[in-house]
Design a protein around this ligand. Structure first.
Ligand code: LLP
Length: 419
């Protein structure tokens, strides 16, 4: 369920007109719906109810502290990939015992921080990392709880940049070598093997790849058991896709659960899931103002005040984001490119899009921007990062102030000789 709807011809976020938010917080601005976030989280909770589980929200999708606090209060755990994300998760009040830590390049400092915090487990990606964690845990006098991330060689049929489960990808350990790695891990003094982890990619729009990957992982768990290595946590990663174009009807958490739970119900695991996009993606939009219109070579450009630095998905993945007017109108349809102000030809939100002819001053809503939107934003072209607003019922709250020009240089230093 999504709480961005038109009332008459005005776009609302829950019960607040989007226009009113822009008047208060400026443009561009990310707007999130509280109820949509909670509903999306609950959809996972309800779907997997009845089987022991930990839902670990993938912070990389969105790590605004208010959103994390909201999810923490709903009972969410966290999937983190850096010391910074671990810090965000703990600050938001997510219990360490609900935090899993993935990523191919964990540093010594990050590993020590996670060990001292007492996280649920490390999802380990290589034998070098395994021995590093063993060494650091030894130094700290603790045992590191771990899972190995296995690469099941499953095609997730998604964009190549966000597919991770094939042999050629840098992620995980080839599943046919996993027994060898587990045997090594089991012998290490400061390592405690507790789980298996897999994540095959993101924006996966069919259930079959999840089932195929899980079957391979279950066979591995069985094999390990016969060798005396007991797996308690089965971490199946994230990756469930969301509709970017409003008409798609995609599998929901309950469909995923329906396909997966029968396969594991006779086993004594705790299931971990790491959804990111499917919780926050359609709970957020990026609102931007039309600055100018420009026509050349029969092409029409709508130049808006947001750029690829604010939302990079169209530029990076050629991703489709639905764009709609904040105030609906009956103007004739125009075929336009919606582009930003950045000095790159790749700075666009839509190409050849049919939309009621925009005019300068119009507000446009770039939908499904809650995941990998703000979290991938940057200051490129000297652009302060935008504000974020959370709407709850008929109230709205600024949950991140727009950066100022001063913010852009606050960490820089001038060498004496240049002063
Ligand atoms: N777990 C692991 C280990 C991951 O690497 C990821 C995402 C997730 C969970 C969450 O996946 P989700 O449920 O959000 O699909 N920037 C790209 C997506 C990159 C995903 C990276 N890993 C995009 O904008 O499409």
């Amino acid at each position: 369920m999504n709480c961005f709807n038109y009332k008459k011809s005005e776009l609302y976020a829950e019960n607040v007109p989007v226009k009113k938010i822009v008047e208060a917080a400026g443009s561009p601005v990310y707007i999130y719906s509280h109820d949509t976030l909670v509903n999306h989280y609950k959809a996972y909770e309800e779907a997997f109810d009845g089987y022991p589980n930990v839902i670990c929200f993938a912070l990389k999708a969105n790590s605004n502290p208010a959103i994390l606090r909201l999810l923490a209060k709903s009972g969410s755990g966290a999937d983190v990939v850096s010391g910074g994300e671990l810090f965000f998760a703990l600050k938001a009040g997510i219990p360490a015992k609900k935090i899993v830590y993935a990523g191919v390049g964990k540093t010594e400092k990050e590993i020590a921080y996670a060990l001292k915090s007492g996280i649920l487990m490390f999802n380990i990606e290589s034998s070098d990392e395994l021995t590093a964690i063993d060494r650091i845990a030894g130094k700290l006098g603790v045992k590191a709880p771990i899972a190995l991330r296995v690469n099941p060689d499953i095609n997730a049929s998604t964009h190549p940049y966000i597919s991770t489960g094939l042999k050629k990808h840098k992620f995980g350990i080839p599943i046919h070598e996993a027994v060898e790695y587990y045997t090594l891990a089991d012998k290490l003094r400061n390592i405690k093997v507790i789980g298996i982890h897999k994540h095959i990619g993101s924006q996966i729009t069919r259930i079959t790849p999840f089932v195929d990957a899980l079957k391979k992982v279950l066979a591995l768990a069985q094999e390990l058991k016969s060798r005396g290595i007991e797996i308690k946590y089965l971490d199946m990663g994230g990756g469930l896709g969301i509709p970017y174009n409003m008409e798609e009807d995609l599998p929901q958490p309950k469909d995923l659960a329906k396909a997966i739970l029968p396969l594991i119900k006779l086993h004594d695991f705790t299931l971990i899931i790491e959804p990111g996009r499917s919780i926050v993606g359609n709970a957020g939009m990026l609102v931007t103002k039309v600055l100018y219109l420009k026509k050349h070579h029969k092409k029409e450009f709508v130049i808006v005040d947001a750029g690829m630095n604010d939302l990079i998905r169209p530029s990076l993945y050629d991703a489709y984001h639905h764009i709609q007017h904040v105030a609906k109108n009956n103007r004739p349809l125009a075929l336009v490119d919606v582009v930003g102000p950045i000095c790159e030809s790749g700075d666009f939100f839509a190409k050849g899009r049919k939309i009621n002819a925009p005019r300068a001053g119009d507000l446009l809503a770039v939908m499904s921007a809650g995941a990998y939107g703000f979290s991938m934003s940057s200051n490129y072209n000297g652009r302060p990062r935008v504000a974020e607003v959370l709407v709850k019922g008929n109230k709205f709250f600024v949950i991140r102030e727009r950066e100022t020009y001063k913010d852009l240089i606050k960490e820089t230093k001038m060498p004496e000789f240049l002063k």
